[in-house]
Design a protein around this ligand. Structure first.
Ligand SMILES: [Zn+2]
Length: 247
């Protein structure tokens, strides 16, 4: 049976001399794998669509294992991302994270919308670091390990000043500070941003512009938290961290 889906290429692996296996994140079917036969040949009609981050319509023959891609039509190749090393590195990290926390063939149209919007915003010039923070929060929720950023993780207090405790899994209020000697102090603005990023709807993202210092603080908190709770290693994150050292 032929099936047509709207999706983004989130992984591309060479298979044999001329074929590639693509992992697509689709609006209709969630994550699926398809074989693009002959796509490595320059004259193949599949070669342009079979590129990492390509957003398009894909027609494939469904079978029990991998589907077989028969046609593809590019909606947006996200050139703004592909032509920029930093943007490419952020997007590579995002798709690796997405791939790790999603199951195959589980339809998640809202998540698809979030991924597509994230790419779109980065492509159009939004700060990839901010989009990635919001994305990381989404992926943590998806994996069922989101941090507690609504109130104190210990006593539930909602007002006052908070620190971030990786060990306690989120905010700690001033009364509960003593529970974690390794807590990370937060400015009120940073605490507000963490809360905002957790609940963010990308539709409402205006021109959010953050100071480098604030971004560094959030980046440190999120990476420490992800290292502690996800049990995942991201090849693309290592590359991204190296790139950022040269900034
Ligand atoms: Zn408390």
């Amino acid at each position: 049976m032929l099936q047509k889906v709207e999706g983004i290429v989130i992984r591309k692996v060479d298979y044999g001399e001329t074929n590639v296996i693509l992992t697509l994140f689709t609006r209709e079917n969630g994550k699926i794998g398809v074989m693009a036969r002959g796509a490595k040949k320059p004259k193949s009609r599949l070669s342009s669509v079979a590129q990492l981050f390509t957003y398009g319509h894909f027609v494939f023959q469904q079978s029990r294992g991998l589907g077989s891609l028969s046609q593809g039509e590019i909606i947006d190749s996200f050139r703004g991302i592909k032509e920029d090393l930093f943007k490419t590195a952020y997007c590579a990290y995002m798709v690796e994270f997405l791939d790790k926390v999603t199951e195959e063939k589980k339809t998640q149209p809202y998540l698809f919308e979030h991924v597509w919007q994230s790419f779109n915003l980065i492509n159009e010039g939004a700060d990839p670091e901010v989009i990635t923070f919001i994305f990381e929060m989404k992926m943590l929720q998806q994996a069922g390990i989101g941090p507690q950023v609504n109130h104190c993780a210990n006593c539930g207090k909602t007002e006052g000043e908070f620190a971030f405790s990786v060990r306690e899994g989120g905010f700690l209020c001033d009364r509960c500070h003593h529970l974690d000697p390794n807590r990370i102090p937060l400015t009120q603005a940073t605490a507000r941003l963490l809360h905002l990023f957790y609940h963010f709807d990308l539709n409402r993202l205006g021109n959010v512009s953050l100071k480098k210092q604030t971004k560094d603080a959030i980046q440190f908190i999120l990476s420490t938290y992800i290292d502690e709770y996800s049990g995942m290693f991201f090849k693309s994150k290592k590359f991204l961290d190296q790139l950022n050292k040269f900034e």
